[in-house]
Design a protein around this ligand. Structure first.
Ligand code: PXP
Length: 246
């Protein structure tokens, strides 16, 4: 059980960069969006540096690291290229903060992250990446499906958190709440903090928050940036902060 006041909202600003990259213009700036999201109550800024660089670019990462007032959570595949970027950028925080890497599965050409990491199959590679990141002072989360074997396999040295993939729940299968709940309880019992993300909106978030108080962190992007077009980023962020702190 997590006290509502301790739940955290990570605002994913990828799609601000998506709009920028549509024109290769200098605007809109994801770092500006990050600052506004923090002023509106975000506890963390999340971004995903993809292998195809379709939104966040390499140069965004040091700018975000230096400008965020909270913490930076960078989602990435555990490739050599991405590990080098994480170690070069996140281990060098001017204020000595410990930022986070969330290791995700990435398939070239996918529209968005399609599923969790297969930690059961790639356990050695994930363990080695987690150990290198931890040794550099970077905290490590694994994005996994709410599947007991994946959760158990995630309890590795250097991994202090898992992020449960909520895409099945979010794509209109409310019965997946039971799987998420069981996975969250299992993870907590293994000493892992539990985050959740993917496809969450101000409509589907309230039942998840109520049903799974074990979740301490939500990482939400697409719905916030989409809604911000109509109601503004401040309101889009505040509405979600209100839901998770209820
Ligand atoms: N968490 C992870 C690990 C993700 O890969 C993504 C998408 O980049 C999100 C959260 C945010 O998902 P959404 O944009 O659907 O809110």
């Amino acid at each position: 059980m997590t006290h509502a006041a301790l739940r955290r909202l990570g605002v994913n600003i990828d799609h601000v960069a998506t709009v920028r990259q549509a024109r290769r213009s200098p605007y809109p700036d994801p770092a500006a969006a990050a600052a506004l999201a923090e002023l509106s109550g975000a506890d963390q800024i999340t971004c995903h540096i993809r292998m195809d660089r379709r939104h966040i670019q390499d140069a965004d990462l040091p700018r975000l690291r230096d400008s965020v007032q909270t913490l930076l959570n960078v989602e990435m595949a555990a490739t050599d290229e991405m590990m080098d970027i994480a170690l070069a950028v996140l281990a060098q925080d001017p204020h000595g903060r410990h930022h986070r890497v969330t290791l995700v599965e990435e398939r070239p050409g996918e529209i968005t992250t399609e599923g969790g990491l297969d930690v059961v199959t790639h356990r050695d590679a994930v363990a080695s990446a987690a150990a290198r990141l931890q040794a550099a002072g970077i905290r490590v989360s694994l994005f996994v499906d709410p599947v007991p074997d994946q959760v158990r396999a995630s309890a590795l040295p250097g991994v202090d958190m898992i992020e449960l993939n909520t895409s099945v729940y979010a794509e209109n299968d409310p019965s997946d709440l039971a799987r998420i709940k069981a996975a969250a309880v299992l993870a907590q019992g293994l000493g892992l903090e539990v985050a959740a993300g993917h496809g969450l909106t101000h409509h589907n978030l309230p039942p998840l928050v109520a049903a799974v108080p074990e979740i301490v962190e939500y990482n939400i992007g697409h719905s916030i940036i989409s809604r911000a077009l109509f109601v503004g980023l401040d309101r889009a962020v505040r509405d979600l902060v209100d839901i998770i702190r209820r």
